[in-house]
Design a binder for this molecule. Sequence first.
Ligand code: RBF
Length: 164
Amino acid sequence: MKKTNLSDYDPSQVPSGKDYTIGIVVAEWNKEITDALAQGAIDTLRKYDVAESNIHLVHVPGSFELTTGADLMLRNDKKLDAVICIGCVIQGETRHFDFICEAVSQGLTNTALKHERPVIFSLLTTNNTEQAQDRAGGKHGNKGVEGAVTALKMIHLQRELEKK
Ligand code: RBF
């Protein structure tokens, strides 16, 4: 079965972000990887006409803080249509990996439901650095690009469904 890889997205299926405002929260842990993911996301938002002034970028120390970062952004900027959360958790010798991944996936789900806005999970959870590099502009695409495409599609969907 062919796996869905949104890095190979069909450009004609991506809505224009002309009047969208989008937040991006980037974790500083594994910075080389998260910077590459953030760049992929920003390039894609620009490509789909999101104005520079409508892309709001903030950093948090680690992936665990992505939930609070997204919550703070959505609480303090009512114009934000979506928040893309970018992080990279690499399996170590202790169980931190499991706790962080679980907390972030639950936390971001709750934040999306609380604010009634799309919150995008662009969190790499890998066994090693090579697997992360493969997904941050390597052979498995750039998951930051995919996060941006997902944000554009979800904002479009929300606007369609909430149209009165
Ligand atoms: N943050 C990440 O974004 N990626 C990691 O791989 C990562 N590994 C961690 C491993 C340990 C042992 C600890 C204590 C923290 C790690 N963090 C990682 C940081 C975490 O997301 C958070 O910033 C801190 O736990 C402070 O709340």
